[in-house]
Design a protein around this ligand. Structure first.
Ligand code: ZN
Length: 131
């Protein structure tokens, strides 16, 4: 079972997709299994982080900008090499455990679509493997 979602992003930032992924798991009817959340873009990512204090994802944006600044030496013609690097570091996917029909989370964990080169219309996929 695969679910596709569309998301409209701003310039940069982390967008919570936790509720959408939880709904996909509920809709699937899977009681136990694996859930993969996948981002098919090279300047965005999927990541897990704190779901309580919104300053945490703000700080992730600040820290990733500091860690991967734009450099004049970059060759990529599109001019968004820093966004490509952030995408690789954060990663294109996350895997979750489904137990008793629900995602297994730590207390403070949420799922985020990370935009590094918006604004854009983006997509992500949720694949659920029951068993
Ligand atoms: Zn590019």
């Amino acid at each position: 079972m695969i679910y596709e979602y569309k998301i409209q992003t701003g310039k940069r930032g982390f967008y919570s997709i936790t509720e959408e992924v939880k709904e996909a798991v509920a809709q699937s009817g899977a009681r136990e299994g694996i859930c993969v959340v996948f981002c098919p873009h090279t300047t965005a990512a999927i990541t897990i982080n704190e779901n309580c204090d919104p300053d945490v994802v703000h700080d992730l944006t600040v820290a990733s900008d500091t860690s991967f600044p734009d450099k004049r030496d970059f060759r990529h013609m599109e001019g968004n090499s820093a966004a490509h690097m952030k995408s690789s570091v954060f990663g294109a996917s996350e895997v979750f455990i489904i137990e008793n029909g629900k995602l297994v989370f730590g207390t403070w964990q949420g799922i985020y679509f990370a935009e590094f080169d918006g604004p854009r219309t983006r997509h992500y996929y949720v694949k659920i493997i029951a068993g």
